[in-house]
Design a protein around this ligand. Structure first.
Ligand code: IVH
Length: 670
């Protein structure tokens, strides 16, 4: 069936409009329409594409999310190879680089482009006739991973280039990163799910680009800037600055903070300015990059095996500060690990005031020979927690003593010990108040029992006042006892009690996660609750029962069994049960039949008689799985009005496609 001309025109107009708003929002940070109005445009386009699949082009903005999770990435070859940059740390070294270039091209009239060096992850993007066809990681420089589906989720990168005069083929390279704000959000989400937080934005950007699920990538709000022309067919530029300028008109994000200059002095002054202002940026930079502008000069200068000669990275020293170490204290973590911490005379560093730095473990303190009273140098290299890098022994006062790990836990006074093959000292007392506090905080967190209003400060008080020793004690708290605590008015005591009461109806999976079993995050807790209908059954499960779940390996199974073997844990669970806390799969978690066992459903488009969540719950209740994206594992796709690319992909894979009525019939609901 031919696509009506009006539909084609409207789809083109919508795509152009959405692309323009994407750029306004993500590149210029100057949105001109509301999120709602934007969503309406997206929805209208998705509807049109569903009605006329021929309109669904690979560069359509509806392709931003979705795309099937893949198990492995396909290899992506780099021609020319993705090299790295030579690093320097001083203006003298930069001048020496300039001298070398001038010797190689005597008499050449150089201009320099100076750019920020973002501490992110390098990628290569290829556009054919304006359409993004490939996104790839650097890998070893000659070959990386094809991560096109993940790259498509980065909203500041255009799926289609703007304008008319498009090159037939264009490969550009750039840096993908998470802003500090996006990084903080990722780490909050990691912690809510019981996962380890990332140490710095760079690690989390790299981890994000390698995720197998594009929808998860989209949720993390990566950003990117293009900084290099790799190759172009059908278009040429005389200089790097001109290419960057054009990239901007093509809709590619180019960092606005750059300088084109004829003098090295100005270039160096620009570097110095950014070294001082780096904290004002919303993302981390680790230096500046100086490039010789003329592309013919660049070509003639050539490259060494590792890096091109036309450019050099001028790295900033990692911000350091010197201060006095007042005291080394020892912190107790949720699992009882003792961590030595340097308590410092507060000192400004990298945009914040630092009063504490980690010393990691006993071996590290001894390596540094850090002592109370010492003058120390601390450093913050993009990491969340600063570290002590050096002791200024020349300034050590008389009478200091080498640090010794305490033989008793500083929080509970029970004996602490270091296992033979470990660097960590541990407190093995499960009732240690420090561990108890962590455990209670975890129990209350959002993905667990979701007891809002009970944050760290309140937990500290509850544990110190001996009102709470185990999570079960939360359910015995009374209004007067709470109201007697600091900063606790009657009203807030009421809110706390209401939140605790509501948590009795949390699903089994939330409870399993809330118990804080080692290695059991949100996802494993859901799998466990899917297999074992009650907490009792989970507590009795054998290693074989547990390992029958695909994603649960021997280590996790052993941790679960060891956890429930502890008498205090069993006593606490019994008290939770008496307190009326739900210990069973809730109706919505309950498989009512196994009619859908082994089947995976994907819902796309609108539904009329139920919400998507309800439909997914129904599938699970019949022993099936519900997924967000079409993959080779998908068996059924239920498509309603507005279904877009998922439907097309389902067709391409020859999957069973149902409408809502057919789905209801299959599920036996009338
Ligand atoms: S130019 C031959 N410009 O720094 C490579 N790189 O080792 C040409 N980087 O991972 C790169 N900001 O991705 C260039 N403005 C910028 C940059 C930049 C960050 C990254 C690059 C590479 C590393 C250099």
């Amino acid at each position: 069936m031919a696509v009506p001309r009006v539909a084609r025109l409207r789809a083109d107009a919508l795509r152009a409009e959405i692309t323009r708003h994407d750029a306004l929002y993500h590149v210029d940070a100057r949105p001109v329409i509301s999120d709602r109005a934007y969503d309406r445009l997206q929805r209208e386009l998705a509807d049109l594409e569903a009605a006329h699949p021929e309109l669904a082009t690979p560069d359509s903005p509806t392709r931003r999310v979705g795309g099937a999770p893949t198990k492995r990435f396909a290899p992506a070859a780099h021609e020319p190879p993705m090299l790295s940059l030579d690093n320097t740390y001083s203006a003298e070294e930069v001048r020496a680089w300039d001298e070398r270039c001038r010797k190689l091209l005597p008499g050449a009239d150089f201009r320099y482009v100076v750019e920020l060096k973002i501490d992110g992850v390098a990628v290569s993007l290829t556009y054919e006739r304006g359409v993004l066809v490939r996104g790839a990681t650097r890998g070893d420089g000659a070959r990386g991973d094809d991560i096109t589906n993940n790259i498509r989720t980065i909203r500041s990168l255009p799926l289609r280039l703007a304008g008319r005069d498009l090159p037939d083929r264009l490969e550009v390279r750039g840096e993908m990163f998470l802003s500090r704000e996006a990084f903080a959000a990722v780490n909050r989400a990691q912690e809510d799910e019981g996962e380890e937080p990332f140490a710095n934005p760079r690690n989390s950007a790299a981890g994000t680009l390698k995720l197998q699920d594009p929808a998860a990538v989209a949720a993390r709000r990566l950003d990117g800037y293009i900084h290099t022309l790799a190759s172009a067919d059908g278009r040429a530029w005389p200089s790097h600055a001109a290419a960057l300028e054009s990239f901007g008109t093509l809709g590619l994000p180019v960092n606005p903070h750059r300088l084109l200059t004829r003098t090295l002095d100005e270039a160096l002054a620009f570097c110095a300015r950014w070294e001082n202002q780096r904290e004002d940026l919303p993302y981390d930079i680790d230096g500046m990059v100086l490039k010789i502008d003329d592309l013919e000069h660049q070509r003639r200068l050539g490259a060494t095996a590792k890096s091109p000669r036309y450019a050099i990275a001028f790295k900033f020293p990692t911000p350091q500060a010197t201060t006095r170490l007042r005291e080394i204290t020892v912190q107790v973590g949720r699992t009882g690990v003792l961590t030595p911490v340097a308590n410092l005379e507060p000192v400004p560093l990298g945009g914040s005031t630092i009063a504490r730095a980690t010393l990691h473990n006993e071996d590290e303190v001894h390596r540094l020979d850090a002592r109370a009273g010492d003058t120390v140098r601390i450093e913050k290299g993009g990491e969340v927690i600063p570290k002590v890098v050096e002791v200024v022994t020349a300034r050590r006062p008389a009478g200091t003593k080498p640090f010794r790990m305490p033989l008793h836990c500083p929080a509970c006074g029970e004996p602490a010990a270091r296992a033979r093959d470990e660097v960590a000292w541990r407190c093995d007392n499960p009732e240690c108040p420090a561990q108890v506090k962590h455990r209670i905080t975890h129990f209350c967190r959002r993905g667990a029992m979701a007891i809002d209003h009970v944050g760290e400060a309140l937990v500290d008080q509850l544990v110190e006042a001996r009102l709470v020793r185990t999570p079960a004690d939360l359910y015995t708290l009374t209004g007067p006892a709470l109201a007697a605590l600091d900063r606790m008015a009657d009203k807030s005591a009421e809110n706390v009690l209401a939140a605790i009461a509501a948590s009795r109806r949390r699903p089994l999976a939330a409870l399993v996660f809330a118990l804080g079993i080692r290695h059991v995050g949100v996802r494993s807790a859901e799998l466990l609750a899917g297999k074992f209908a009650t907490l009792d059954l989970l507590m009795k499960a054998s290693a074989a029962d547990l390992e029958a779940i695909h994603e649960i390996g021997p280590e996790v199974a052993a941790a679960i069994r060891a956890f429930f073997r502890q008498a205090p844990v069993r006593a606490m669970v019994a008290r939770l049960k008496t307190a009326g806390v739900n210990m069973k799969r809730l109706e919505e978690e309950e498989p009512v039949s196994d009619a859908f066992a082994g089947k995976t459903f994907v819902f796309t488009g609108e539904m009329e008689t139920m919400t998507r969540r309800e439909a997914e719950a129904l599938v699970r209740s019949m022993g099936g799985a519900a997924a967000g994206a079409v993959s080779p594992k998908t068996t059924h796709v239920v498509a309603g009005p507005g279904a877009g690319t998922k439907l097309n992909r389902a067709r391409a894979l020859g999957l069973t496609i149902l409408d809502e009525a057919a789905f209801r019939k299959l599920a036996g609901v009338s």
